[in-house]
Design a protein. Structure first.
Length: 228
């Protein structure tokens, strides 16, 4: 748990910085590990192409990078978008801007997934996070009764997590929603549903273990789960 926390904090910090810009700078790293495709000679137009080798309906298909991002690793201008080859069920190529941590024990990758206000953060072996900032319109302002003045603006920070090797005993206001067979207690149909139960997880500080219900996974010294 102690090793995982700095990685998550670093990833969230990177997201908050990256989400403010309209472009995430790329580097010389590849857009993938090339485990699911083989690179082929580029077309005469300079557009790179790849042959998928992953299992599924995309196997043996040739995907060509679009003219808007002809290269997977732009070298002349690192601010240009890179071509991302996806040989999974999507079977597509898309233009993305990407940043990767360098020299870290656990790699962090940040890639832009839309023209603005949307990124995907991947912490290797830990979690994938989709983060989007969505401005509040007049309808939501009325429904949620934000009472926003005409000279101000408000936005929702939308997040979606895909954890890797997550324990079935995961805890937290939102954490427990990832448990197998979880049934939400939230009342459906209300304008602003509230989860509740946050008092169980209040702590004096971000990294403090002092709370009514906290779970920690032991490292090399122990393999069990402890409830404090």
């Amino acid at each position: 748990m102690a090793q995982m926390k700095p990685c998550i904090l670093a990833a969230v910090f990177v997201v908050l910085i990256a989400i403010q810009g309209t472009l995430v700078q790329g580097d010389d790293s590849n857009n993938g590990d090339n485990e699911d495709h083989d690179d082929m000679a580029p077309l005469g137009s300079g557009q790179e192409q790849a042959k998928c080798k992953a299992k599924g309906h995309c196997k043996n298909k040739i995907l060509v990078c679009p003219a808007q991002c002809p290269e997977k690793k732009p070298t002349k201008n690192r601010k240009h978008k890179g071509c991302f080859v996806d040989c999974t069920s999507k079977c597509e190529v898309t233009c993305k801007s990407e940043w990767r941590s360098a020299g870290e024990e656990r790699q962090v990758v940040v890639e832009r997934t839309d023209g603005a206000n949307a990124v995907r953060v991947t912490v290797a072996g830990l979690v994938d996070m989709d983060v989007r900032v969505r401005p509040i319109g007049k309808h939501e302002n009325k429904v949620h009764n934000y009472q926003l003045p005409d000279n101000d603006a408000f936005a929702h920070l939308e997040t979606q997590f895909r954890f890797k090797n997550l324990t079935d005993l995961v805890e937290g206001v939102l954490g427990k929603t990832y448990r197998p067979g979880y049934v939400s207690p939230v009342k459906i149909g209300v304008p602003m549903p509230v989860m509740g139960g946050e008092d169980k997880y209040q702590t004096p500080s971000l990294l403090s273990p002092l709370c009514r219900l906290c779970r920690f996974q032991g490292g090399s010294a122990g393999n069990g789960m402890a409830t404090i």
